[in-house]
Design a protein around this ligand. Sequence first.
Ligand code: DC
Length: 222
Amino acid sequence: MSFIVAIDGPAGSGKGTITKLLGEKFNLINIDTGAMYRCVALACLENNISYTQLDKIEQLLENIDIKLEKNQDKQIILLNGEDVSAKIRTTEVDEVVAKFSALKIVRNKMTPLQRKMGEENNIIMEGRDIGTVVFPNADVKIFLDCSLEERAKRRYKQNIEKGISCSYDEVLESIKERHLLETKREIAPFIKAEDAIYIDSTNMTINEVVNKLSDIIKEKIH
Ligand code: DC
């Protein structure tokens, strides 16, 4: 039986960094399920397929090949053999990914792939529905929350550092809109599993969150 840690949280909660650090610390394979949904959105964008063209999406999903691999300590995302680690993080993908990830046909393809990854390895998996849908029986379930304003502040800072021009208000609006889409969708909405441990990272540093989660994992891993 593999050991499974499920981390659900919104974009900007720091869960990517935290999951990576915890994966290294406890020797768990780190699986970013958001990256998988981003691959679907990217593949559709590149083939000029909109989220309303369900037949075309279904066809595309039949042959899609998504792999998460380690390359010299860094995780890379391969879409049909191409390293798309950078391409899946563009604002174009940001803008449409929540529409694609709300689709039943997309989730029906991704969820079994994610479960398979957990059957074969000890993992730490991050996303929105890991504790509720993908691994409801995970050994550790965390719901990592963070206020909208703090998430917008972090994303705004990231954008400015990357040279992307934007205003704080624009970023806040776009984060709000995506949050609504993710929490109100019909299938696998982003909600806390009843038995998940709730942590609010708004006023915590990455280190503080890692330490807190480490204590929780340590209790369960032996
Ligand atoms: O965590 P992220 O921002 O990279 O996620 C990208 C998108 O995928 C976002 O719209 C939420 C969605 N997602 C999801 O619906 N279910 C998951 N398990 C992970 C991500």
